[in-house]
Each structure stands twice: as C-alpha cells, then as structure tokens.
Write a protein of this length. Structure first.
Length: 119
C-alpha cells in the first residue's frame, strides 16, 4: 500500500485521540529539537510521555528507556528524532510494539519505511 501523507485533520485526530507518546531519540541537550518538543509536551499537553535513548537515564526528571521494548505500556504515537538511516530499525521496533502512529520529523524522508508503516 502506498504511503499518503496525512492531512491536517488526520494529524489533529491522531493528536486528540492519543494518550501516550514515546519520543525516540530524546535528548537532554536544550539546543536539540527533541528537547524542545519534550519540554513543550510535558508542560502543555495531556500526553503521558516516554523518553527513549540508549545512552541516557533521565531527561527533565523523567526516566529514559533504552528501547521501545522496555516500555511496559501501549504507545499511541512514536515520535522519532533520528536520522533517516535509522528510521527502518526504529520502525521495526514500533511495529513489533504495535504502536498506532509513527511520526517522523519534518525533513526526514524514507518512502520505503513509510509504505511499510502503512501496510
């Protein structure tokens, strides 16, 4: 099945219906986009957040998981802050985890993985 980017209404629906978000590639560096997103979501959203980074133990006072497999709750959105070459492996983890939505950041493109994620 070919990937079609969700429109604004579909993206809004993902966000409104989600309760849990895993930020893969979360960083403790305030200059990184993942840190900004984590800070914003912690302070201004209804989401329960899970940070994933194999090299860290804590970000913003929150536990950091080494992988998605270490999280023991269902995840609605996997929000990925990794380079394009890492996307296939992260997608494999998200599929195995049965995550509902796989969200890549603006500027990251992997059509093959996008099509796999839809299937």
């Amino acid at each position: 099945m070919a990937f079609t980017e969700p429109n604004a209404l579909e993206r809004l629906n993902f966000m409104q219906n989600a309760k849990t978000v895993a930020i893969v590639g979360a960083s403790d560096n305030p200059s990184r986009a993942s840190y900004f997103v984590a800070t914003y979501l912690l302070s201004a959203s209804h989401f329960k957040l899970f940070f994933v980074n194999p090299r860290l133990d804590e970000i913003l006072g929150q536990k950091v998981y080494k992988s998605l497999a270490d999280i023991k709750e269902p995840i609605d959105i996997v929000d990925v802050f990794r380079k394009a070459s890492d996307i296939p492996g992260v997608l494999d983890e998200a599929i195995a985890f049965k995550a509902k939505t796989f969200w890549m950041q603006l500027g990251i493109s992997d059509e093959v993985s996008a099509e796999r994620g839809v299937a």
